[in-house]
Design a protein around this ligand. Structure first.
Ligand code: ADP
Ligand code: MG
Length: 788
């Protein structure tokens, strides 16, 4: 206890043997007081000692124990930001990087030029920056520019338990960079921070660290949290269930904030709306008015009481007339909105935060006493073979459910209401899987090759992806021309090894410098032709942003909403038709719609109003704008001689350019070629209007919202297949059969020279030319003969 009170002055005196570096920080008395309550502060000496004595350390501590906000300050005070080097700290989520940098700046009483952040599109880093918060992806890009990370004296990898791919890769890279720096006499420290004790993947991984780094545990002063399981079998409508539970807590239980965990932004908003309606937050309301509204909302007193809410606390004290201060929290929420959850709620109200799993470990909301946990999480799933992706809401893991519960016991004993039974909880996986085992890795493989890591299989991944997945990634990159073709001769074993160590090509290097997935990077690299680059940039930006249209197909809850939705759907359909263009441009399909939407939106000044009126997601459009700027800069840096200038508004492409764009898209998405089902397939009705692909046995379809839904061209390429009610292709463009052997020779088999027309001598190349028949790989589709 006493140790905590050691003032800054005494701290210096207590460590006389150390280099006398101590950078004073001028904290306000309130901050000073709040800090002293954080468990991590009691461990400052232990942590700093370990940092001094070891190149790498691991810190484990409950969420809210002060790791993210305090550890960078410890390093700062110990002089790690002096001498022109920075302290870097990575977060898997943008929201955490931004909000934590603001918080630390405030605690240290330093301007944001000194404690700064950098995320994909923005940042406030200056030459004065000493502590830099960033997303893990940003640091990975920096390693590409300077492998030794010479700007930094220490790197903190935060939220390592989340096991995001970039975090995993960074740890692998830093396990090599740190010893290198030490060897070169420019020591650097690595601190890995985790909210769980499960760190064996880092510490006991021989390939990663030869001597396991010490693990420092921060004992959190966690108050007991009583867990209440639902008795009933879990309901489908967990949002409704969450609503009722929250209402009951608010009506019956003593003061204390409520935190509800749901799975996505739409759910968060819908619950916020319902709760605000039920417990309006208005000045001058009478008690009677509130009670009436409660009854109207179906949560009056006559409703059946759930006995699990009788906690022996004095329910009399709770007053349903207290307004509920309802706030949403999810990662794409505007920063000003996010910041609200940290401020005390208006006097006389109860705080109620409806959040996705960002509130699980990255952000700690003060004053939470009740947690309502739906037990689910929304995740993206990929099929390893076909690459089909889908968002699915699934049960979370036991570890993450316990993290969620823990949010209720930060300041006093709390309660967690799980909207599922204890039997269901028993079936949860113990821990969430590392992300790297769940997604394709071609982008990572390309980034690593660009770092001259030729044998990616040998990379010290904390959890290695399967060899099969790595081979698939190298194959795709070879077919995109980013890696050199592996030799086809030698023993089978050598050939297999060669497949996993293809060196990068100059095209691959250019592609790696674009901050987009390799297929799109290829399109950018080809975009120079016919002045197509501005269009390619716009299309790639639009494809990279997950969804540019609002989801208007959601079910409506009231008749009023239903008619509004109908109107907006009709309007969006009309806009889609307009943007899809006519004649030749129609064949660019969904990508033409994207181009049209981006251009029209910029023409209208990219306002929220325009987006709302035309069914576009405003956030997506803003992101596209930023990404276009960023991609333009990247392209100009790679090929300065091209000198693209992007006119945001864009004139529509000419007919000629449309053809060129379709060919570029084909070159990038070649492995996503689909052909309309024909012949004997059509006997089975499931193949009606369906497409075949080389990788899947099942039929895939063009979505009714697609520009090509009525056209149904013979050959198309698609951005991805998304499984919803059916297997639907997203981002579809029509391609011509004769382009396939021409632009995708790597996917074609060529027959022997045809007799007619007979082979001829071409004087300009000095070779004998002929026509050859061609077929598409795996499926053997007959393609037009091609001149070779
Ligand atoms: P950890 O990283 O161990 O989860 P943090 O360092 O994020 O812990 O949080 C420590 C404390 O700082 C928590 O009590 C949290 O509520 C508080 N805190 C974090 N950000 C803010 C903020 N923007 N405003 C007020 N308090 C904050
Ligand atoms: Mg943290």
């Amino acid at each position: 206890e006493k140790e905590k009170k050691i003032s800054d002055q005494e701290k210096v005196q207590k460590k006389p043997s150390e280099p006398a570096i101590f950078i004073p920080v001028d904290r306000s008395p309130e901050v000073q007081e709040a800090r002293l309550k954080l468990p991590v502060l009691a461990e400052e000496q232990v942590i700093m000692e370990a940092v001094r004595e070891n190149p790498s350390i691991v810190i484990c501590g409950e969420t809210g124990s002060g790791k993210t906000t305090q550890v960078p300050q410890f390093l700062y005070e110990a002089g790690y930001a002096s001498g022109g080097r920075m302290i870097g700290i990575t977060e898997p989520r943008r929201v955490a990087a931004v909000s934590m940098s603001h918080r630390v700046a405030k605690e240290m009483n330093l301007p944001t030029q000194v404690v700064s952040y950098q995320i994909r599109y923005e940042g406030n880093v200056t030459s004065d920056t000493k502590i830099k918060f960033m997303t893990d992806g940003v640091l990975l890009k920096e390693i590409q520019k300077d492998f030794l990370l010479q700007k930094y004296s220490a790197i903190i990898i935060d939220e390592a338990h989340e096991r995001s791919v970039y975090t995993d890769i960074l740890i692998g890279l830093l396990s090599r960079i740190v010893p290198l720096r030490n060897k070169k006499g420019m020591p650097m420290k690595l601190l890995i921070m985790s909210a769980t004790l499960r760190v064996e993947d880092f510490t006991e991984n021989q390939r990663l660290f030869r001597t396991p780094p010490p693990v420092i545990k921060v004992d959190a002063r966690q108050f007991p949290v009583t867990i209440h399981f639902n008795k009933r079998t879990p309901l489908e409508d967990y949002t409704g269930e969450a609503f009722h539970k929250t209402c009951k807590i608010h009506r019956m239980l003593p003061p204390g904030g409520i935190l509800v965990f749901l799975t996505g932004q739409a759910e968060v908003h819908s619950l916020c709306r319902r709760l605000r309606k039920a417990f309006p937050f208005r000045k001058g309301d009478t008690l009677k008015m509130r009670k009436r509204r409660l009854l109207e909302a179906g949560i009056g007193d006559e409703e059946d009481g759930d006995s699990d809410l009788d906690l022996g606390d004095d329910p009399e004290k709770a007053d349903a007339s207290i307004p509920l201060y309802v706030l949403p929290l999810y990662s794409l929420l505007a920063p000003e909105q996010q910041a609200k959850v940290f401020r005390p709620p208006p006097p006389g109200t109860r705080l109620c935060v409806i959040a996705t799993n960002v509130a699980e470990t990255s952000l700690t909301i003060p004053g939470i006493k009740y947690v309502v946990d739906c037990g689910r999480v929304k995740k993206r799933f990929y099929d390893k073979v076909t690459g089909v992706s889908s968002f699915k809401v699934t049960w979370t893991s036991q570890a993450s459910a316990n993290q969620r519960a823990g949010r209720a016991g930060r300041t006093e004993p709390g309660h967690c209401y799980r909207l599922y039974s204890s039997a269901v909880f028993g079936d949860f996986a113990l821990f969430s899987e590392a992300e790297i085992t769940r997604r394709p890795v071609e982008d990572l493989v390309l980034q690593m090759k660009d770092l001259n890591i030729e044998k990616v299989v040998n990379f010290p991944f904390p959890t290695p992806p399967s060899t099969e997945v790595l081979v698939a990634a190298e194959q795709l990159l070879v077919s995109l021309g980013a890696l050199e073709e592996p030799p086809c001769t030698g023993r089978l074993k050598d050939m297999q090894r060669a497949k996993l160590s293809c060196p990068i090509t100059p095209l691959g290097r250019a592609m790696a410098s674009f901050p987009v997935a390799p297929r799109y990077a290829k399109m950018l690299a080809l975009g120079k032709q016919q002045d197509c680059l501005p269009y390619v940039i716009a299309v790639v930006a639009a494809m990279t942003v997950r969804e540019i249209f609002e989801d208007l197909d959601r079910p409506a809850r009231s008749e009023d909403e239903s008619s509004k939705l109908n109107q907006r759907r009709a309007r969006l359909t009309q806009m889609r038709r307009l943007w899809a263009g006519q004649g030749a441009s129609l064949l660019l399909g969904d990508l033409m719609i994207m181009l049209g939407a981006v251009g029209a939106c910029e023409f209208a000044g990219c306002t929220p109003r325009f987006c709302e009126n035309s069914g576009l997601r405003y956030k997506a459009m803003v992101e596209i704008r930023k990404l276009r700027g960023q991609l333009t800069n990247a392209v100009n840096a790679v090929c300065p001689e091209v000198g693209v200038f992007v006119d945001p508004k864009m004139t529509p492409p000419t007919e000629h350019q449309v053809v060129c764009l379709r060919q570029i898209v084909l070159a990038g998405l070649g492995d996503h070629l689909a052909r309309r089902a024909q012949g004997e397939d059509l006997v089975d009705p499931k193949w009606k209007n369906a497409y075949k692909t080389p990788l899947m046995d099942e039929p895939v379809f063009i979505h009714p919202n697609s520009a090509l839904f009525k056209t149904l061209p013979e050959f198309v390429v698609y951005q991805e297949v998304m499984e919803t009610s059916k297997m639907y292709m997203r981002g579809v463009s029509a391609v011509e059969a004769e382009w396939v052997p021409q632009f995708l020779p790597q996917y074609c088999h060529f027959g022997s020279p045809l007799e007619s027309p007979s082979p001829w001598f071409c004087s300009s190349t000095g070779t004998i030319r002929c026509h050859r028949s061609s077929t598409f790989f795996r499926v053997g589709w007959q393609l037009p003969a091609v001149e070779m």
